[in-house]
Design a protein around this ligand. Structure first.
Ligand code: UDP
Length: 489
């Protein structure tokens, strides 16, 4: 049986194999390593190859970060070979299989731990990987859960599921007020994540298992910062358990990499084109459009977005995710001569854009976003106001925080959750409305100016939080001290 050696502290990270989980996990690895911890990240071969630059960055920065690679059991569960990341799943039908494969990582993980001479100081596990609770208790290793969403969303979700207030309404579109929150926050059932609805079956049970594993953890790390949503951080901590707010992780990451002038996004050809384009435009003039790493949007809706962007007259960078690229859309773009027509005024990125760099550029003035939490935090850190277009998961909660509580966004006006993997079936927002809301956001005076000023204030708060002695940096240090103190000598 392995024994534990306290020096230096060694934290084992176990993320879900999905971009919006892997990105903050790798950023958190750099942050903790920067604070003297040795970090091992458990990855699968495809994801290790995708994030290889983290190892290069760690070497250049003299940080102790390494990967431990476990094969992902695609074929064993009936996933196509190579489906190791959620963004490679052919459709929604495969999501449960993906979680089944993620759960099967437990046995090889246990075998590997048993063979280690020295056990890790701590396991930091993804909220979505509840099997880590059992492993940690078996090996008597402290375990902390990482939450990659806002405390606002966590608390809303908690209050709704514990009060069942949403079951008191008579239709999907009737608003209800979430009880016991610092602000008056209304939702409709149509806007709730599937797992909160009574008839969601397998998902409801899955989330209950995730929650039980969170309840038995030694604490929760959240990618947020205290000043952004203080009342909600306090509310969640009071209701659930100890929280350390160590975000925005993307901002910590940016500052760590800047110290050695490392470019985190060197790989993208489109990336350099975007940055060149931004440099040729006026400050705060460009609208950036991106729907995250997973969402799928049908070609008809994408055409409306294209025409709305064009009609707005603002320079734009529009990311068409790899799952949204289709023969139909490409044919339309060519037939319309859309790119020719907008040459010099807009850039289309097919696939992956260097989002953090784009948002941080002084020419970027607005962000049309699907309200994924990483994207929102990246916008907050860059002081960029948003058009919010939530699609699924907790994105409607995030929209409320951005538009109603923080007042740095304009809602596009969609009213219901769509299946993220299947995409919406119809056109929800017409080009005229896309133009109207973008114009509203980019307005230089009036409400536009107020939103921009508030966004700049949030940026300042974010920078203060990650500075030495700031709330986020302090939480990170306190977290490490607490965990090291938990380890029996
Ligand atoms: N992202 C990126 N380039 C892209 C699309 C996404 O860098 O072209 C990054 C983005 O910066 C963020 C993450 O992918 O860190 C998306 O996470 P988010 O929580 O916003 O959305 P999700 O992918 O979970 O829907």
């Amino acid at each position: 049986m392995a024994s534990r050696n306290e020096q230096p502290p060694h934290f084992l990270f176990v993320p879900l194999m999905s971009q919006s989980h892997l990105i903050p996990f790798t950023q958190m690895a750099k942050l903790l390593a920067f604070n003297g911890v040795s970090v091992t990240i458990v990855l699968t071969p495809l994801n290790a190859a995708r994030f290889n630059m983290v190892i290069d960055q760690a070497k250049a920065l003299n940080l102790k970060i390494q990967f431990h690679i476990l094969p992902f059991p695609c074929l064993e569960v009936g996933l196509p070979e190579g489906c190791e990341n959620m963004d490679t799943l052919p459709s929604n039908q495969y999501v449960q299989l993906f979680f089944a494969a993620s759960n099967m990582l437990k046995d090889p993980f246990v075998r590997w731990l048993s063979e280690l001479e020295t056990l890790p100081t701590c396991i930091v596990s993804d909220f979505c990987l509840p099997w880590t609770a059992d492993v940690a208790s078996r090996f008597k290793i402290p375990r902390v859960v990482f939450q990659g969403i806002s405390c606002f969303a966590l608390l809303c979700s908690h209050k709704i599921s514990h009060s069942n207030v949403h079951e008191s309404v008579t239709s999907m579109s009737q608003p209800f007020v979430v009880p016991d929150l610092p602000d008056t926050i209304e939702f409709t059932k149509a806007q709730l994540p599937e797992a909160l609805l009574q008839d969601s079956g397998a998902w409801k049970r899955t989330i209950e298992i995730f929650k039980a594993a969170e309840n038995s953890a030694d604490g929760i790390l959240v990618n947020t910062f205290e000043e952004l949503e203080k009342m909600y951080v306090q509310g969640y901590e009071k209701t659930v358990k100890k929280i350390w707010c160590i975000g925005p992780l993307s901002l910590h990451d940016r500052l760590i990499l800047e110290r050695t002038r490392i470019d985190g996004n060197k790989t993208s050809v489109d990336g350099s084109e975007c940055l060149k384009f931004l440099s040729s435009n006026k400050p705060c003039s460009v609208i950036y459009v991106c729907f995250g790493s997973l969402c799928r949007i049908n070609a008809s809706q994408l055409k409306e977005i294209a025409l709305g962007l064009e009609a707005s007259g603002h320079p734009f960078i529009w990311v068409i995710g790899k799952n949204d690229c289709s023969a139909e859309l490409d044919k339309w773009l060519v037939e319309e001569k859309f790119e020719e027509r907008n040459s010099g005024r807009g850039v289309i990125v097919r696939g992956w854009a260097p989002q953090v760099e784009i948002l941080s550029h002084s020419s970027t003035g607005g962000f049309l976003s699907h309200c994924g939490w990483n994207s929102l935090l990246e916008a907050v850190s860059a002081g960029i106001p948003l058009v919010t277009w939530p699609l699924s998961a907790e994105q409607f909660f995030n929209q409320k925080l951005i538009v109603q509580v923080l007042k740095v966004g304009v809602g596009i006006g969609v009213g219901e959750v769509v299946d993220p993997m299947e995409g919406q079936k119809t056109v929800f927002v017409k080009k005229e409305h896309v133009k109207k809301v973008i114009d509203q956001l980019m307005e230089q005076s009036g409400d536009g100016e107020l939103r921009r000023n508030r966004a700049r204030e949030l940026k300042q708060m974010a920078y203060m939080a990650v500075e030495d002695g700031g709330s986020s940096s302090s939480h990170c240090k306190l977290f490490i001290q607490k965990i090291v103190g938990l380890v029996p000598s």
